[in-house]
Design a protein around this ligand. Structure first.
Ligand code: ADP
Ligand code: MG
Length: 567
């Protein structure tokens, strides 16, 4: 079996897969011929749709269709689809399995080892959940790579001898990352990363959805789930249109009454100001951590679909007095860079002269108490052991002393975050180490905390007098999965029926026809109903040539319609 390095960008909105072939990263198209596979899963009667066909069903089957679940990675949220509960990890694994299938069909070989990208600002539980999703998709995660670092690699691989300090701004559907890197003689060194794991293009869509409701004089909470999804879809179209146009008109039918709402870019930008201001926080933190002046940066790279919004571009240009670059499509850079990282991991000779180092995204530390001069004690304070932006891999130790010789165990809690109070940081796990019976003096325990190159943490404790070690991967909300866990969850997912690859294009068209049918009115609606019936009949005829011919015709008609309703 030939080994092809594979990189996956598992995005909130869209996912992509790329391979490193002949010294270059290349994107792999899906069964529909697209590089972008929407990260959407739809399940009905145990039938599974992933990607474009599922995305079309967000509007027609909102209760059986899930999107933006990456935002819930690492939480115990569960989403019910077709009557069965799925975790965000399960759903992500279905997207990964789909990308795997597409890559295997394209490359003609089996794929197991992958590098997957995550937002730089993903914490331990979110990273662990991504690793679990890989295991559920039958993939072996070689390592995680931070999305902005991957994007920088996609650029860096073509300009190895450049000597630059650059900033990567990645605004995707649900996450925002900022990273500063230095490149010198083929060595790419991440200096600092910051971000907001809950800020992305979807928040801008939400602003427009609320603006539509305001103009309709209709409270958001009172709209049903279907109308909310429809308004969200229209808001999303408006957001994308307003990146090119000064105004966009949304037509909506509510209770047999037509409403036309004109949205101007100016009103959108005014309403989105608070989100734009939130973007400045990680940018400033990153600048502070590197000690760099805004003018010291040579280049600014914009990554992620939402950086297409003029207000984002203007903000970045104003902030750094420099125009950003977009030589590589902002949608493609992360996947291409993940493939480069996969090639680096497999020591591909084409990349002999490139070295990349990354940093820890968050400080990790323990819960301590502080005694004040007046004898009072303050509990629940956070004492960092490894600080944020430490080069990876990194290990630090901390020695704990038992209070007296009778103490039988020591315990501590481990947190990730930057707040002075542990209650405001993320609790990763509780650690308890049994102590041997010792009569003369108090025992001590050495706690070793390690960040690996994926930004994942491991903790090991050693009882100093005996040398006995207790190793553990941090236990938290999203634990590592045991083999039984994987087996049980795979069983659930095996029950899902996957459409054969050659039927996917037809499924996507059927879902699209149904969406357009629901959105349309009057004559257009009945015209589309006829198209659905016609396509159904052709599918039943099972003549591949005829199916392809009719599909082409119908797609052309739908394209004209979708010019009005991009989603
Ligand atoms: P992710 O990496 O999270 O999957 P992407 O990088 O694919 O996200 O970006 C998706 C986000 O970008 C979505 O919120 C989408 O609506 C938004 N987006 C894509 N194109 C545009 C555009 N032309 N104008 C404004 N927003 C856009
Ligand atoms: Mg992305």
């Amino acid at each position: 079996m030939t080994h092809v390095p594979i990189g996956i960008d598992l995005g909130t909105t869209n996912s992509l897969v790329a391979a490193f072939i002949d010294g270059e990263p290349k994107l792999i198209p899906n069964a529909l011929g697209n590089y972008l596979t929407p990260s959407v899963v739809s399940i009905e009667n145990n039938e599974l749709l992933v990607g474009q066909a599922a995305r079309e069903r967000l509007l027609t089957h909102p209760k059986n269709t899930a999107a933006v679940f990456k935002r819930k990675m690492g939480t115990d949220a569960s989403l019910r689809l077709g009557g069965v509960a799925y975790s965000p990890e399960d759903l992500s694994s279905l997207v990964l399995a789909k990308l795997r299938q597409d890559a295997e069909a394209y490359l003609g070989c089996e794929i197991r080892d992958v590098v997957v990208s995550v937002p730089a600002y993903f914490n331990q539980t979110q990273r662990q959940a991504t690793k679990n999703a890989c295991a559920l998709a039958g993939l072996n995660l070689v390592r995680l790579v931070n999305e902005p670092t991957a994007a920088a690699l996609a650029y860096g691989v073509h300009q190895r001898d450049a000597e630059t300090q650059f900033l990567v701004v990645d605004l995707g559907g649900g996450t925002f990352d900022v990273t500063i890197l230095e490149m010198f003689d083929g060595v790419m060194e991440v200096k600092a990363s910051s971000g907001d794991a809950f800020l992305g293009g979807e928040d801008f869509t939400e602003v427009l959805a609320k603006l539509i409701c305001e103009k309709l004089d209709f409270p958001w909470a009172k709209l049903g789930a279907n109308l909310q999804s429809e308004i969200r879809a229209r808001a999303n179209t408006a957001k994308i249109r307003l990146s090119d146009d000064d105004a966009w008109t949304v037509s909506l039918q509510i209770k047999n009454e037509m409403h036309e709402i004109v949205l101007s870019r100016q009103a959108f930008e005014e309403a989105a100001k608070p989100i734009l201001r939130r973007m400045l926080v990680p940018i400033e933190r990153c600048m502070y951590d590197t000690g760099l002046d805004h003018h010291a940066l040579d280049r600014i790279l914009l990554v992620g679909g939402a950086t297409r919004m003029p207000m984002v571009r203007h903000m970045v240009t104003r902030c750094f007095s420099k125009f950003p670059e977009f030589e590589i499509d902002p949608d493609h850079a992360v996947a291409l860079g993940a493939a480069v990282q996969a090639a680096l991991a497999s020591e591909d000779r084409a990349l002999d002269d490139i070295v990349v180092t990354d940093v820890s995204p968050f400080s990790v530390g323990i819960d301590v108490s502080e005694e004040l001069p007046d004898g009072k004690c303050v509990h629940g304070l956070f004492a960092p052991i490894i600080e944020r932006n430490t080069p990876l891999p990194a290990s630090r130790n901390e020695v704990f002393y038992a209070r007296n010789a009778r103490q039988r165990s020591v315990s501590t809690k481990i947190y990730q975050g930057e707040s002075a109070y542990v209650s405001e940081n993320v609790l990763l796990g509780k650690f308890r180490v049994k102590l041997p019976r010792k009569l003369d003096e108090a025992e001590c325990v050495d706690l070793l905390i390690t960040y690996d190159t994926s930004g994942l943490l491991e903790v090991e404790a050693t009882v100093l007098s005996t040398g006995e070690k207790t190793g553990m991967v941090i236990e938290a909300l999203a634990d590592g999965l045991s083999e039984q866990d994987v087996a049980a969850r795979l069983e659930k997912m095996k029950a899902l029926k996957v459409h054969p690859r050659d039927n996917e294009v037809n499924q996507a068209l059927l879902s699209r026809l149904r969406r357009v049918h629901e959105m349309a009115l009057g004559n257009t609606r009945s015209q589309i109903l006829t198209m659905i019936a016609q396509f159904d009949a052709v599918l039943n005829g099972r003549d591949p040539k005829e199916i392809e011919r009719v599909r082409g015709e119908l797609e052309e008609i739908l394209d004209a319609f979708d010019d009005l309703y991009v989603s």
